[in-house]
Ligand binder design. Structure first.
Ligand SMILES: Nc1ncnc2c1ncn2[C@@H]1O[C@H](COP(=O)(O)OP(=O)(O)OP(=O)(O)O)[C@@H](O)[C@H]1O
Ligand SMILES: [Mg+2]
Length: 254
């Protein structure tokens, strides 16, 4: 059973009126390996509204990556429903799902995942290529996104001509260029030293806005405690859902 503490998790009246970006009911992902069953996610209920900044934390094997894969429509659940922007993801065709992913979701990964031979601008343009946006418009929007992350002066640099923090900022610009309704980040500071990681955190803070949900998986307690809401997973269930200061973060590395 999910043991969400009612007091910590109760959204304020104002929050309750914001529309839901993510609405998950009874979501389960069960891996069957040999004769064994692993309930990576086990009947999870979760609502995330636009404007929220959520950190998903929990011990190794608790289901964080599984949750992110499902949220990002990169994997499908075995039971339960997932509505993204009101669309019931489980009923969509593969091509409609790909469209939804490209239009509504921005991904930021620990390892940046940039094209090594392409300039920052070309990397940021990529989701717009998939979306069928014309070349001039693509360039304009990519430059504006790079400007937003403070990298206008590095637009012609390739990834190997950028620092780690700058690469991650290019990846963030790429995630933002489609103006997604949800930004998913998987350990976004995992490959960065603490100072550069802090700069990336500052950038995430600036990206908060009423039009977008920011969801990140992290082992980094500094990152987790800067989120406005913390979802703590254990054994595929939500053990805590509420403000970071109510959670026991020392358990994160357990
Ligand atoms: N493809 C798979 N086949 C079988 N079991 C899997 C598979 N992927 C994950 N699992 C199991 O599901 C559970 C949840 O895994 P998940 O990767 O979501 O954990 P996590 O919280 O991201 O852990 P970590 O912090 O180590 O990255 C684990 O017990 C894992 O062993
Ligand atoms: Mg993981």
């Amino acid at each position: 059973m999910s043991t969400t503490p009612a007091t910590a998790a109760s959204p304020s009246a104002a929050d309750a009126e914001l529309p839901a970006c993510v609405d998950i009911r009874g979501l389960s992902r069960i891996y069957r390996l040999g004769g064994e069953e692993v309930r990576a996610l086990d009947g999870v209920d979760l609502t995330i509204r636009y404007g929220e900044h959520v950190a998903i934390v929990g011990p190794s094997g608790s289901g964080k990556s599984t949750m992110l894969q499902l949220l990002g429509c990169l994997d499908t659940a075995d039971a339960g429903t997932y509505r993204l922007d009101g669309h019931d993801v489980g009923t969509l065709s593969e091509s409609r799902l790909a469209e939804l992913r490209n239009e509504r979701i921005g991904f930021v990964f620990q390892g940046f995942h940039l094209l090594p031979r392409a300039t920052a601008t070309k990397n940021v343009e990529l989701p717009l290529v998939y979306a069928g946006v014309g070349a001039a418009e693509r360039r304009k929007r990519a430059l504006a996104a790079l400007e937003k992350v403070g990298l206008a002066s590095r637009s012609d640099h390739r990834p190997d001509q950028l620092s780690g923090g700058q690469r991650q900022r290019v990846a963030i610009a790429r995630a933002l260029v489609t103006e997604p309704s949800m930004l998913l980040a998987d350990e976004p500071t995992g490959n960065l030293d603490s100072k550069t990681g802090a700069e990336v955190l500052d950038l995430f803070d600036q990206l908060r806005g009423p039009e977008r949900a920011l969801i990140m998986v992290t082992h980094d307690t500094a990152l987790a405690s800067r989120a406005q809401r913390l979802v703590f997973l254990r054994d595929g269930q939500i053990e805590y859902d509420g403000p970071p200061d109510g959670a026991n973060l020392t358990d994160l590395h357990a």
